[in-house]
Design a binder for this molecule. Structure first.
Ligand code: ZN
Length: 233
């Protein structure tokens, strides 16, 4: 998509929030992210009810987790990609909150998440956060936390390095900024159950790093992982 068209789409969604984020036709309600036909093209993943799924597979042998699931499958050119794009680049943290709440509704039925202490969004570097105005993973965690009635520990992890623009990197790598490193932030979690939250899972490297940093500094905690979308391999 041309830069001008991207810019126009961003502008349109800012002034006319009641248009579909995928096709720009009017939505039924002002709170709808998508029109009815695009909504039908966003099939929710079944992974939340499968003990072994794309999320658990990609973290197997790297990060021990209690539970892992993704809400949608990410493919190029899909409705899911447009939603992630709006969330990350068009100043729409509300997309993350709304999809987080929606995912939370189904996750309320998951017994493994019953004893969760809190949600830990994967951090972005403060310079990127400043430029974007928010952390998209935190927006998702807020939506999840609202429905699951769990606190969001946004300062539990911090991002240590920042390598500038990633536009020259491969598409999958850009989705997941694996070059950055992570450190523990604030919080004493003892033997709690923390849920790492991110927007897109590709290789699993980011969540692997984040989870292991938490385990290293809080040896008693158990970790689960929730992502909005899992990139198709
Ligand atoms: Zn549409």
């Amino acid at each position: 998509m041309a830069a001008a068209e991207q810019w126009l789409r961003g502008l349109t969604s800012l002034f006319f929030p009641n248009v579909c984020l995928n096709c720009q036709v009017a939505t039924a309600r002002s709170t709808d992210l998508l029109c009815v036909s695009c909504e039908a093209r966003l099939p929710p993943s079944e992974s939340w009810q499968q003990p072994e799924n794309d999320v658990t597979d990609r973290l197997a042998g790297r990060l021990p987790i209690v539970y892992g699931a993704g809400a949608y499958t990410f493919r190029e050119g899909t409705v899911c990609q447009q939603l992630i794009h709006a969330l990350k680049y068009h100043h729409r943290p509300d997309v993350g909150r709304q999809l987080g709440r929606r995912f939370g509704e189904v996750l309320r039925q998951v017994p493994a998440l019953g004893d969760v202490t809190g949600l830990v969004p994967v951090p972005i570097h403060r310079r990127r956060r400043h430029a974007r105005g928010y952390n998209q993973a935190e927006a998702i965690a807020e939506g999840l936390g609202e429905v699951l009635a769990k606190p969001v520990y946004a300062a539990a992890l911090r991002r240590r390095s920042f390598r500038g623009s990633q536009t020259k990197r491969g598409k999958l790598e850009r989705l997941e900024n694996v070059q950055d490193s992570f450190a523990v932030g604030r919080g004493d979690f003892r033997d709690g159950h923390l849920v790492l939250v991110d927007d897109v899972l590709t290789t699993g490297a980011t969540l692997d790093f984040c989870g292991n940093v938490l385990l290293e500094h809080h040896p008693g905690v158990r970790i689960s992982v929730l992502v909005l979308a899992v990139a198709e391999r």
